[in-house]
Design a protein around this ligand. Structure first.
Ligand SMILES: [Zn+2]
Length: 338
């Protein structure tokens, strides 16, 4: 695999679906289009093959605009995984973990993209993703300077600051241009696609990111401080049922708490089965410290919240919850800058 650069839209692209895109483009394809302002906007699509909002929004954008107000570089990542509606290929890498160097063919391709992009005096980079659980639309940022906060704030007033994992596209690009990641709801969420198209159209017309007004309380920036983990062998459901055969039976509306405060005293799950003091889930901070007792307590057969907290990316997808985590616990950064 090596980077393939095109200087016009390939025939048939605008009528593709994620499933048929592989007939037109290979993994790691970069389309460079000239616009009125020469410094390009870089758009990153389908790094995760089953997160299709980026694809649909970019196709719609290209259908809508007849003349580009700014040059565009559009990168299509894991086209093969997209053709099979998979996040990544079995035994293949996560295309959003290949951007910090390395010798695999995908890492070398990503380095080629970075080398090429660095030579183009990029104006900004936008990587687009979807969540598995219900979340509000939000932006992820790796810097808290005015251009980054401005570019993110046009998409959402909710922002998540992160420095790990450092192998992501947005962190690699943030070293030489303004860079954000957008989380556009669940894959295929029509409202998310529409919002994204309007956002991209607006960003394309901007002359400068410094001109974006950040006054007032337009920005709520958070960072993740802990993860909520489930043991792989645990039986879990979302029926909030005392007599469930599962060991943890969460509230059905669990995902509605994303980016909301969960108050101390909230009954988050039922713990059926014989009495014990065991909470079953575990909270670990970024350095592996156990904070379970800070956030949760078992009160008879209920899992009770012990201190107010704001979660994000809570998911009812049990496979994701066990492979990665049930969700993250956030800390608010003051004024978005702290
Ligand atoms: Zn993703």
């Amino acid at each position: 695999m090596s980077l393939r650069i095109l200087h016009s839209l390939p025939d048939g692209l605008l009528s593709c679906t994620p499933a048929t895109l592989k007939n037109v483009l290979s993994d790691g394809s970069l389309i460079c289009l000239k616009g009125d302002r020469p410094a390009p906007l870089f758009l990153s699509c389908l790094l995760h093959g089953n997160e299709t909002s980026s694809f649909y929004a970019v196709i719609k954008l290209l259908q809508n605009v007849s003349r580009l107000p700014r040059s565009l570089m559009i990168f299509f990542g894991n086209v093969t995984a997209a053709s099979q509606a998979l996040r990544q290929m079995p035994n293949g890498p996560d295309f959003n973990r290949i951007w910090a160097g390395g010798m695999t063919q995908e890492e070398r391709m990503a380095s080629e993209v970075l080398d090429f992009a660095r030579g183009q005096e990029l104006w900004a980079s936008i990587d687009m993703h979807n969540n598995t659980g219900d979340n509000p639309y939000y932006a992820c940022i790796n810097k808290r300077d005015h251009p980054t906060l401005g570019l993110a704030s046009l998409f959402s007033d909710k922002m998540l600051f992160f420095e790990e994992p450092r192998q992501t596209q947005s962190i690699a690009f943030s070293k030489f241009c303004t860079s954000v990641t957008l989380e556009c709801g669940k894959s295929g969420d029509q409202l998310g696609v529409t919002l994204l198209v309007h956002y991209l159209e607006k960003v394309l017309t901007l002359e400068s990111l410094e001109e974006i007004n950040l006054s007032g309380d337009k920005v709520s920036a958070f960072q993740t401080v802990s993860r909520i983990l489930l043991p792989p062998s645990l039986e879990v459901d979302f029926a909030f049922n005392d007599s469930s055969s599962s060991q943890l039976s969460f509230l059905p509306e669990l995902e509605s708490y994303n980016f909301q405060v969960i108050k101390k005293g909230t009954f988050l799950a039922k713990l059926p089965g014989p009495f014990s003091t065991e909470c079953h889930l575990q909270v670990l901070d970024n350095s592996g410290g156990d904070l379970t007792n800070k956030y949760f307590r078992r009160r008879q057969n209920n899992l009770v919240v012990e201190n107010d907290f704001i979660p994000a990316m809570l998911t009812k997808d049990v496979r994701v919850a066990k492979d990665d985590c049930l969700g993250y616990i956030l800390q608010k950064l003051s004024n978005g800058k702290s």
